[in-house]
Design a protein around this ligand. Structure first.
Ligand SMILES: Nc1ccn([C@@H]2O[C@H](COP(=O)(O)OP(=O)(O)OP(=O)(O)O)[C@@H](O)[C@H]2O)c(=O)n1
Ligand SMILES: C[C@](O)(CO)[C@H](O)COP(=O)(O)O
Length: 253
């Protein structure tokens, strides 16, 4: 592939999940971190990259108006009309039943001209801009799909799942940990490849890059970052608050 040096970049942020594993409450993306909704942190993280000129937020299906008003309330003063995020425009569309469906609905709203697309979980609010830029650069250099990845700290076992949760599960294999990676977002794509993947793969998958793999296309990694972790369970929220507090201390506000 020849590379896409100057292509404008759009980011789709799926934010329509309920956050069941985080516990009862409002949708996860709207829960606050340091007093600011997680989704706003995620939009800021994308807009912090000079490459990203459009963010498409995929909101809970019954929460589009609320998400728009939250984003308006946190927009920068003097931003572009309807956007308010400096160089970056922000659109809000309703999401679906699964993450995969929400991403597809976000892609349906993608205007022409954006040949590079990032997909970033609202649930990864603290991803550093260097990771966003590294993913963009790798797609601009010609990769069809790019994922930020980290080595694992734990040994991983493959099991025969128990019919009842919590019961012992027979271990069937221990994959070589040195060849495993935990992958994060933003994942970056050549637009046409990502759209073809979403049109072709209909069974449930847990990330967009695996859909591209199933097309037989090459997916590559760039180094991820510990602070790009996904807020999934209650302890993650405590960790995210601590990371944010440390950043604010270091930045002097
Ligand atoms: N129907 C869905 C489900 C998930 N997501 C988004 O996909 C990202 C990753 O999903 P996850 O962390 O699993 O979030 P939830 O689905 O909200 O969490 P849970 O599985 O605990 O309910 C989140 O930003 C979430 O909002 C989405 O846009 N639409
Ligand atoms: C896309 C992802 O964040 C990559 O690690 C992850 O697969 C999302 O999983 P979830 O169960 O939808 O949170």
């Amino acid at each position: 592939m020849g590379g896409r040096p100057g292509s404008p970049v759009a980011a789709v942020i799926p934010a329509a999940g309920r956050g069941v594993r985080l516990g009862p409450g409002i949708p996860k993306a709207l829960r606050t971190l340091g007093g600011t909704p997680m989704l706003v942190h995620a939009v800021r993280a994308m807009a912090a990259s000079r490459a990203v000129s459009l963010v498409i937020v995929v909101a809970p299906p019954d929460g589009t108006a609320e998400v728009k008003s939250i984003l308006d309330a946190h927009a920068l003063p003097g931003g572009s009309p309807g956007g308010g995020w400096g160089r970056t425009d922000v659109l809000v569309v309703p999401g679906g039943e699964t993450r995969q469906e929400s991403v597809r609905l976000g892609l349906d709203a993608l205007p022409p001209g954006y040949e590079i697309v990032l997909v970033h979980d609202a649930a990864r609010p603290l991803v550093p801009v260097d990771i966003v830029d590294a993913v963009v650069e790798a797609v601009r250099d010609g990769a069809a799909a790019v994922v930020p990845a980290l080595p694992l700290a734990d040994t991983v076992k493959q099991v025969e799942p128990a019919p009842v949760a919590g019961r012992p599960e027979p271990v069937v294999a221990t994959p070589d940990r040195s060849r495993l990676r935990a992958v994060q977002t933003p994942q970056g794509f050549d637009r046409a490849t990502l759209i073809r993947a979403h049109e072709t793969i209909t069974d449930d998958v847990t990330d967009d890059a695996s859909m591209v793999e199933r097309l037989g296309e090459r997916v590559v990694t760039v180094p991820g970052h510990e602070e790009a972790f996904k807020v999934t369970r209650p302890l993650d929220l405590i960790l995210a608050e601590a990371v944010l507090a440390r950043r604010r201390l270091n930045d002097g506000f």
